[in-house]
Design a binder for this molecule. Structure first.
Ligand SMILES: [Zn+2]
Length: 309
């Protein structure tokens, strides 16, 4: 599969989708989105530009009769989400032009942008940019929306067929700077989501103005060793403190996710007040809900081999 945006013959349409893709994981006010995204100032729900066969984006607002569900995230960073079609007075009406356009997107596999309004105390107008997604299915009164994978030119994984973990990446050199940056953000966003924005080891995670700070997605097999950035099974969310110690191989976790700490005496003396010694020998307290999203065995073994015993 090549980049699905290459299938579209409308430059303005493609440019907007590309911009939404680059904003993946951003939190933005509706004012900012109005300035940057075509149609956002006037439209809620499904936006289909005039003259286009396809919807450009969907905007999920709070408080409607929509399901308030967390998206399910798959190992390639893609996610699925249910979205209710637009209704007329008699209920769901699939003859409405926006709903028909959604079905056309589904048929032709043209991606759409997805924005979800956030429940941020103190602000009613904040949206999470989910990035681009495909309309995968329509049944039982809902569209199933499936986010792009981190590597946008691959088919998104489905939960009934999780592809085996590929620890190493090749061919990154041909990617443009923009695509590398987009992938970096998509990896960060997906790992943050599955760890609920908290450090896996100490569960620390600060929220300020609705945004989480102080945590970052670490690579289990480092990027410098060609460790993959397109599969979240090579990721773990850590606070800056535990990320630094992890990168120095001063702690690791085993196949049962139990924490090991280096025997280095000087380090242990210096780390007396650090949480890492308190969880030594215990299981990481914060892991993804779905087992298939947890760090892969190959990645864990790489760490254990390099761990400073
Ligand atoms: Zn931590």
């Amino acid at each position: 599969m090549s980049d699905p945006l290459k299938k579209i013959n409308d430059q303005l349409f493609t440019d907007t989708l590309e911009r939404i893709r680059g904003m993946v994981g951003n939190q933005a006010s509706s004012k900012e989105l109005q300035d940057q995204i075509r149609g956002f100032g006037t439209q809620k729900g499904i936006y289909k530009p005039q003259g286009s066969d396809y919807p450009l984006w969907i905007r999920q607002t709070l408080g409607g009769n929509y399901p308030d569900e967390e998206p399910q995230t798959l190992p390639d960073g893609s996610w699925t989400y249910r979205y209710k079609p637009e209704a007329s007075k008699g209920g769901t009406d699939m003859s409405i032009y926006t709903n028909r356009a959604m079905l056309k997107s589904m048929e032709d596999k043209i991606p759409i942008g997805v924005f979800i309004q956030e429940n941020t105390p103190g602000s009613k107008h904040t949206y999470k940019v989910m990035g681009l997604a495909f309309v995968e299915d329509y049944r039982e009164g809902y569209f199933t929306i499936h986010g792009e994978p981190i590597a946008v030119d691959e088919e998104p994984m489905v939960s009934s067929n999780i592809r085996p973990f590929q620890p190493y990446e090749t061919g990154i050199a041909h990617l443009s700077q923009l695509m590398r940056e987009t992938r970096r953000k998509a990896f960060q966003t997906a790992v943050r989501r599955i760890y609920h924005e908290k450090c896996s080891l100490c569960e620390l995670g600060f929220t300020y103005h609705g945004e989480s700070i102080g945590v970052e997605a670490a690579h289990v097999i480092p990027v410098s060793e060609r460790g993959t950035s397109k599969d979240i099974r090579n990721g773990i969310l850590l606070c800056e403190n535990h990320h630094t110690l992890f990168d120095k191989y001063l702690w690791a976790f085993d196949e049962d996710f139990k924490v090991r700490v280096t025997e280095d005496r000087a380090f242990r003396d210096s780390a007396k007040s650090n949480h890492v010694l308190k969880v030594e020998g215990r299981k990481l307290p914060n892991l993804p809900d779905e087992e298939f999203d947890r760090p892969a065995m190959e990645a864990i073994r790489f760490r254990l081999d390099h761990f400073d015993r």
